[in-house]
Design a protein around this ligand. Structure first.
Ligand SMILES: C[S@@+](CC[C@H](N)C(=O)[O-])C[C@H]1O[C@@H](n2cnc3c(N)ncnc32)[C@H](O)[C@@H]1O
Length: 222
């Protein structure tokens, strides 16, 4: 069956993949191994001088959500995988922060409009069947002048970062090889964003082994 954010069957395979990985995900995660660095980069990218309403889309184990909450922001976080959300809840509890977590596919939160000052999407675009839909959702969720912060990488550079999706799943994800900052800028512009500002220079080297080219890109909802 088709849906706004891809076929249900494909999404079920993607969600099952992340649910299976959830218990071990933080053992290899860059945001855990280099937590202070990610915190500095996200704090700079948020450009916030006071607490803001933040929505983290595809939050996984809570990488952006927990850091945003630690920085004093009011955070809601969504992920399709119940196991990822359970891990994220534990991470928030361990960090002593409150976050409104919800198990939800991106297509199911599309009805909410202009509720956020900042929307984060870290390492999510590459694993979506329709990544543009996620950027349009971010645009809808943001108040005018709000900021989207997208981070992702060119994962094909480092074979160890290849997903273990079966070929029939990987083939249907248009950004499965990863993406560059240039690609992200074009997509964000198509979704109605402007005033781009990148932050990856704050990493002395790629935060991912294998020198995966990574970007952290902020853009404003006009
Ligand atoms: C590579 S992980 C990134 C997690 C987190 N953002 C991070 O930076 O560590 C991708 C996440 O996207 C979630 N995801 C994939 N498709 C989704 C969808 N359609 N709706 C919501 N979450 C989705 C997966 O369950 C997974 O937790």
């Amino acid at each position: 069956m088709s849906s706004a954010n891809g076929s249900d069957e494909l999404q079920a395979a993607v969600t099952a993949h992340w649910s299976a990985r959830a218990p071990l995900f933080d053992g290899v995660a860059s945001h855990v191994a280099q937590r202070d660095l990610w915190r500095r980069v996200l704090e700079a990218a948020f450009q916030a001088d006071r607490p803001r309403d933040v929505v983290d889309l595809g939050c996984g184990t809570g990488a952006c959500a927990v850091i945003a909450a630690e920085l004093g922001h009011r955070v809601r976080a969504f992920d399709a995988s119940p196991e990822m959300i359970a891990a994220a809840r534990r991470a928030a509890e361990a960090a002593g922060v409150e976050i409104g977590f919800e198990v939800a596919q991106l297509r199911d939160i599309a009805a909410e409009e202009a509720v956020a000052d900042i929307v984060t999407l870290r390492n999510v675009l590459w694993t979506l069947e329709r990544p543009m839909e996620a950027l349009r959702l971010a645009h809808r969720l943001l108040r005018p002048g709000g900021l989207v912060v997208v981070s992702d990488g060119l994962w094909s550079v480092a074979p160890r970062y290849r997903s273990t999706y079966p070929a029939d799943v990987a083939d249907r994800l248009p950004l499965h090889d990863g993406l560059t900052e240039e690609m992200a800028r074009r997509m964000l512009a198509d979704a109605g964003f402007t005033a781009f500002r990148s932050w990856q220079h704050l990493f002395a080297a790629s935060p991912y082994p294998g020198e995966v080219p990574v970007f952290v890109l902020g853009a404003t909802r006009a």
